[in-house]
Design a protein around this ligand. Sequence first.
Ligand SMILES: C[S@@+](CC[C@H](N)C(=O)[O-])C[C@H]1O[C@@H](n2cnc3c(N)ncnc32)[C@H](O)[C@@H]1O
Length: 373
Amino acid sequence: MVDTPSSQDSVSLIDSGFAASQAGYAAIMCGVHLALGEFLPASGLHGISSDSAASNVNSYVYENGRRYHAYRAGKYILPNDEPEIRRLELHHHLFLMLLGGALHRAPLNDPQIVLDVGTGAGEWAIDMAEQYPDAKVIGNDLSRIQPPWIPANCVFEVDDAESEWVYPSNHFDFVHMRSMSGSFSDWPLLLSRIYEHLKPGGFVEFQDHGACLFVEGPDPAHLDALNPVSPPSTPFSDWWTLMLRISEARGRPLVVARDMEDLMRDAGFVDITVEIKAWPLTPWPEIKELNEIGTWGRQGMMESLNSFSTGLLTRELKWSEKEVRDKILAAAKDLILAERRFWVQTFFIYGKKPDDVGSGSSDNGSGGDDGDR
Ligand SMILES: C[S@@+](CC[C@H](N)C(=O)[O-])C[C@H]1O[C@@H](n2cnc3c(N)ncnc32)[C@H](O)[C@@H]1O
């Protein structure tokens, strides 16, 4: 089921086994319009370096039975406790399954230094360090939730990727971001920083779900549909829509993937390649590998219901614990009992910093929102 990106600067569809199916499709919330250029930096961003981050990295905020990061508290909406770490581990394996075991799509050639922005539980960085023993792999995150026993060439840092970067310019061979939609308020600024800190010829890669939730399906012709219409309402799709709306309202939208190709191009990247694969959220596909992703994808989504709802609904909408519980329960029943053919698009997008830009500091500087450096 794994394919090779076939063209540059274009969407490449995959043979994901959907050809055998014939049903129609419907999707929700794909028409959300985001004027990315209008994103404002989050208020109160402070310049920080890895060194100065030390004070509260081992403290936590506890709310509604979940544990959250205390360093830059409130910035990221999902918990960082054991259930969340298990969810991230599961998603790591699902991403690997979708890519046939590959960690990246960018055509890397003997990378020496790699950065994983928002590394989470660190599995990608650890696997990357094992796959490239001659490379140094750095994973940064707001939370220190990575395991203590790691390869010698892997380093984890507590840092805020929205602060000014302390890494040298023209430094990295590869910068990777996975499942980071909903984390950042200013993607153009983040990409300009990545550009600045990549070596000429270095690659950036973004891997994430799209915002479209397909309720019926499948049809490979719809795999690259970014703005389908006729959203059907189900308890789970209503929950999904609500999460997208709240994330957008809080200025850290989940709707990012479909704009990433343009964002990379605007930041100066070239040879951009986009690949979209289907990720079933229930075990409906006949193809064995996809069915397995659907089985575990549903398990991951069951965890996501609580991870996303608890923070977003209590903090942003001030819902009571019971209201949150009822919303989660309805969505969970829909996922488990309704035998629906839910699926989402998953984007694998990479681009290259041109080979011929000077190795001096570029105009796409990483300055910006930090007033306290
Ligand atoms: C959904 S998790 C994805 C983790 C990992 N990339 C993966 O694919 O398993 C998002 C991660 O980004 C981190 N994060 C969010 N905002 C961040 C920021 N401003 N700087 C650094 N990390 C951030 C969160 O703490 C969380 O661990």
